[in-house]
Design a protein around this ligand. Sequence first.
Ligand code: BEZ
Ligand code: FE
Length: 294
Amino acid sequence: MRDINVDNIMDAVQKSWAGATDERLKTLLQKFIFYLHDYIREVKLTHEEWLAAVQFLWSAGQISDDKRNEFALLSDVMGVTSLVDLINATPGATIGSVLGPFYADDSPAVPFGADLVKTNEGEPVLLTGTVRDVDGRALPGASIDMWQTDIEGAYATQDPEQADDNLRCKQACDADGCYAVTTVLPAPYTIPMDGPVGALFTTTGRTPWRPAHYHFIVRAPGYMPIVTELFFDHDPLVDSDAVFGVREPLVRHVGPAGPVTFRLERQPARLLDYDFTLVRDTGYRPAEQLHPGQ
Ligand code: BEZ
Ligand code: FE
């Protein structure tokens, strides 16, 4: 096409992808062009603004490496990660939430009732519950993978001061589908602020805080794994999560522990109990495959 103008450029770019043999990829590209061109026309993007956007993406690439993905963070703070999670939620299962960048799949396997508090400061909390199917039946083959911050709001995987495996674990549920660890309450923290996403937060005055939370991946053979988080009803930050991960059913009350009927390595002062629901899958696959690149 030799006469490109404002009126025909979108069509020309869309047609340039028309030869894609993968129909889904063709749709994704053509729709993307449609909305992107529409956006540029509507806001009447200037050269300076376009250059700033290109520089922003360049900086995101510069600060990313095999441990850090600034593009995933951009997706999180734009609500894109949560929107993809929400439109792909499995009906009947516990609602999912963001995986985040601090997950590591090599957490130590700990026995039922293990103590994760060790030398951490903070009140011991019993974190317990049952993994069930949609009919409420316990899933004895289930397991949890849990990670959290310390009381300073730092994860072991980002903080050289902490033991590498601090406050993260894998646990096989007992014969009743039950999990139990004694741990501490995590603390709120800000998203990584030293990159272009952080700079955008600073420029715009947007709050970078995430409410305190426990992260979980819950699995059972033959069931869809879930990636989710639990938040606390005493935390005012649940109403302003920087990555839009809070869902009402995941906001829980931490109460007094009361008498505990099973053996624990450390007695808790407080209790948070939560039952997870998994839905059958036709083929079991690890949850992290559902969240590539984080
Ligand atoms: C997290 O919960 O670990 C997290 C999620 C998204 C961005 C930054 C941190
Ligand atoms: Fe987190």
